[in-house]
Design a binder for this molecule. Structure first.
Ligand code: NAD
Ligand code: IPM
Ligand code: MN
Length: 360
């Protein structure tokens, strides 16, 4: 039997609540599938760890993670206790960068059984994938502050776009459009009317890469218009390629048209598999509902299916997604963010039951 090792970082807020359910569902899936043994090792890194140890993760944390097949992450952030830029730059962002997880793949898909939020748009209209550049751009971490606290203080945050970094993520998007066999269209999100260096460069690389894919339509759209089209004509999108910041914002908007951010999943991929990839929900630690047991675990469960897909167990991933859809379609427990009253664990249990039933 295959063995897969997964490092789990539950993190902060609702992170531990939702990862618990994802592991529960993964265990059930591996039981009914039978072909793979999943081993989970939890690491207690996050804001509480920071308050005790002065750092977000173990000093050797990245070396420890490197040996795993995959990483499953809940959420990071405890505003009020640890400043967000400290917590995120101490755990999540270093993992994405150090492990060269340059593709942030975020499916925007309205599942069957989820009430849509856009009038007249159903599951057949809302089904696209955002490929977000995940290691550079606006989140390169280059900048500084001088004359701090004085009236002539200066703050600079620089965007860094490299040819290699831009080209490889665009190539990934075009390859995916070929594989999906849907509209065969890649939409590049830009803002080259105002960002006259970085985004003009982004556009040039996009059109150069597009030449290698004459069978795929290549369209560039400014981010402001793209934000509108996500609402007015989601069916037009197939594969979207975007910078770190634009992809971040557009995928929270995407999460909204999926029905709830509690459903939206993502994968941080190192496509070359030199380093482990990391799977996580799009949402954060949701301090407003943390500890109440009402967070929707589906986003993290869906992220776990993306992990199964990436590791080559697509049949197992598809089984879990079917179990999620069936749970949402049936008259069973509905999560609170979808207008129901079911708690996090209740939703996880119902998905496990659907899974056992589906597997016969
Ligand atoms: P958030 O995603 O945590 O919450 C936004 C809203 O969505 C809140 O109303 C919350 O209750 C709701 N929500 C989120 N997940 C939900 C779920 N599973 N079920 C039901 N409702 C859910 O974003 P925020 O409030 O901007 O950030 C809170 C903290 O999380 C901050 O510290 C931020 O930096 C951090 N954050 C971390 C990540 C990550 O770890 N990947 C992502 C985003 C934000
Ligand atoms: C996300 C989050 C992170 C990001 C933050 C918490 C740094 O918003 O995963 O979407 O912007 O990448
Ligand atoms: Mn985000």
């Amino acid at each position: 039997m295959d063995k897969v090792s997964v490092a789990v970082i539950p993190g902060d807020g609702i992170g531990p609540e939702v990862t618990r359910e994802a592991i529960k569902v993964l265990r059930a899936a591996s039981e009914v599938h039978g072909g793979v043994a999943l081993g989970f090792t939890e690491y207690p890194w996050g804001c509480e760890y920071y308050l005790r140890n002065g750092r977000m993760m173990d000093e050797r944390g990245l070396d420890v993670l490197r040996d795993y097949d995959a990483i499953l992450l809940g959420a990071v952030g405890a505003p009020g206790l640890v400043p967000d830029h400290v917590s995120l730059w101490g755990l999540l962002l270093p993992i994405r960068k150090s492990f060269d997880q340059y593709v942030n793949l975020r499916p925007i898909k309205l599942l069957r059984g989820v009430p849509g939020r856009l009038i007249g748009k159903g599951p057949e209209d809302i089904d696209f994938v955002v490929i977000r550049e995940n290691t550079e751009g606006e989140y390169s971490g280059v900048g500084g502050r001088v004359h701090v606290g004085t009236p002539f203080e200066v703050a600079i945050q620089s965007n860094v776009f490299t040819r290699q970094g831009t080209e490889r993520v665009m190539r990934y998007a075009f390859e995916l459009a070929r594989k999906r066999q849907k509209a065969r269209r890649v939409v590049s999100v830009t803002k080259s009317n105002a960002c006259n260096y970085s985004m003009v460069f982004w556009d040039e690389v996009f059109h150069a890469v597009a030449k290698d894919y004459p069978d795929i339509e290549a369209v560039q759209v400014h981010v402001d218009a793209a934000a509108m089209y996500v609402i007015t004509r989601p069916e037009w999108f197939d594969v979207v390629v975007a910078t770190n910041l634009f992809g971040d914002i557009l995928t929270d908007e995407g999460a909204a048209i999926q029905g709830s951010i509690g459903l939206a999943a993502g994968a941080n991929l190192n496509p070359e598999r030199k380093y482990p990839s990391m799977f996580e929900p799009i949402h954060g630690s949701a301090p407003d509902i943390a500890g109440k047991g009402i967070a929707n675990p589906v986003a993290t469960i869906w992220a776990a299916t993306m992990m199964l897909d990436f590791l080559g167990y697509e049949d197992m991933g598809a089984l879990v997604i079917s179990a999620v859809e069936r749970t949402l379609l049936e008259d069973g427990p509905k999560p609170v963010d979808l207008g129901g009253a079911a708690g996090t664990a209740e939703v996880g249990d119902a998905i496990c039951e659907s899974l056992y039933r589906l597997a016969g």
